[in-house]
Design a protein around this ligand. Structure first.
Ligand code: PLP
Length: 407
């Protein structure tokens, strides 16, 4: 006896088993996935779905990309974990390749995105005290309204999303908020104790919010002139998603620190990093920061393969070309159940007309038609397909969306 419409007994049973023993910190769509390949996943009943979420861009190269699986498999047969108490024969090559991709000197490897953000904040504070000369415990970091940088207590403390922060205080002090996309507000918020400006070049969780043209260039100019570090959280926007290696490349801007994660792990395991020049990342001394798993040989082998794949430019070009194709199709939906579309490369935020229903309702109806998307902030659905998706597959997905909007 199926407890959910459209689900067979086996799927309903598996969902029930999850509900029994899992904390309810997520509200997943009612689909139980058993396999994945490229842009497609298959559920326990054998039904196929086009994955237009890509684990929030952690699957930029698709499910089980053969080149990444090969790197992981080879490494699984040799060495997986050493801790940083020893050297391993994989980490140096990964760090060198990633530093080169970023045009920087040094890499500090971590695991999750939130850890990269925490690391970036620690580095910025240490730089402020040891290099800039800010008085002890007085350093501040300027952040944007609507930000999403992860889920640790410090990070949710400078979120302005009540769902993320309410009930989890007291919070870490030292953060100053400004509206996103307003460079003048950043200028006004900076004083002699400001260590850094921390922003997403495009805000992902907020609904793919693209700042006005020239914003990133202005942030770069202000940070340089005021002796403040520019930290770009490229965890979701980076590594090919927007048709460039980094979203900062859209304005030919180079931040002082790149925060990377998600796709850096090739869809296989969590790999994150902070990448910066020696005079910044060099402020951290042995014993001051670390991670048991950060920089492990399996992560390094996977991360190196990911960087090699990005070095060809092929994925960036695909994202740019497919993104243009998708933009034309999505723009045609505005006024037909869609109130606004924002798109950068192969990354779109689509605001659903409330008359049609919520973002969640649209996501559920798309699920029934074999298309997986995730809603964010009520009325928005986000589209971030694996960059290996085909144009014809995107066309088919937009057809399904058009049908759902007309229902
Ligand atoms: C997902 C995300 C994070 C957090 O990454 P986790 O791996 O979930 O900790 C941080 N910043 C941005 C912009 C993200 O999209």
């Amino acid at each position: 006896m199926s407890t959910m419409p459209g689900l067979d007994d086996a799927a309903a049973e598996l969902i029930h088993a999850e509900d029994e023993h899992l904390a309810h910190n997520y509200h997943p769509l009612p689909v139980v996935i058993a396999r994945g390949e490229g842009a497609w996943v298959t559920d326990v009943e054998g039904k196929r779905y086009l994955d237009l979420l890509s684990a929030y861009s952690a699957l930029n190269f698709g499910h089980r990309h053969p080149a990444i699986v090969a790197a992981a498999t080879e490494q699984l047969g040799r060495l997986t974990l050493t801790s940083r108490a020893y050297h391993n024969d994989r980490l140096g090559a990964f760090a060198a390749a990633l530093a080169e991709l970023c045009g920087k000197d040094l890499v500090l490897p971590m695991n999750t995105g939130a850890e990269a953000v925490e690391t970036g904040i620690k580095v910025a504070r240490a730089w402020a005290y040891r290099v800039k000369g800010v008085p002890a415990d007085a350093a501040t970091v300027v952040v944007a309204n609507g930000n999403f940088h992860g889920r640790t207590t410090t990070i949710v403390g400078f979120s302005d999303d009540p769902d993320a922060r309410d009930g989890f205080g007291p919070f870490t002090p030292g953060f100053v908020h400004v509206p996103f996309g307003d460079a003048a507000a950043i200028e006004a918020a900076i004083d002699e104790n400001t260590a850094a400006v921390l922003i997403e070049p495009i805000q992902g969780e907020a609904g793919v919010i693209i700042p006005p043209d020239g914003y990133l260039r202005a942030v770069r100019e202000i940070c340089t002139r005021r002796n403040v570090l520019f930290i770009a959280d490229e965890i979701q926007s980076g590594l090919g998603r927007v048709g460039e290696t980094f979203a900062c490349d859209r304005e030919a801007v180079v931040p002082d620190l790149y925060l990377l994660g998600k796709a850096l792990g090739g869809g296989i395991l969590p790999v994150s990093a902070v990448v910066a020049d020696r005079e910044i990342l060099g402020v951290i001394r042995p014993g001051e920061h670390g991670s048991t798993f950060g920089g492990n040989p399996l992560a390094a082998a996977v991360g190196l393969r990911v960087v090699e794949m990005l070095q060809t430019g092929e994925f960036q070009r695909r994202a740019a070309a497919l993104g243009e194709h998708l933009a034309a199709k999505l723009d045609a939906l505005v006024g037909h159940g869609v109130t606004a579309v924002r798109i950068a490369g192969l990354w779109a935020g689509i605001d659903i007309d409330p008359a049609v229903g919520t973002g969640r309702a649209v996501a559920e109806r798309l699920l029934a038609r074999g298309v997986l998307v995730k809603d964010t902030h009520g009325q928005t659905i986000r589209i971030a397909p694996p960059l290996v998706v085909r144009g014809t597959e995107l066309d088919w997905a937009v057809e399904q969306l058009t049908l759902v909007l007309a229902d």
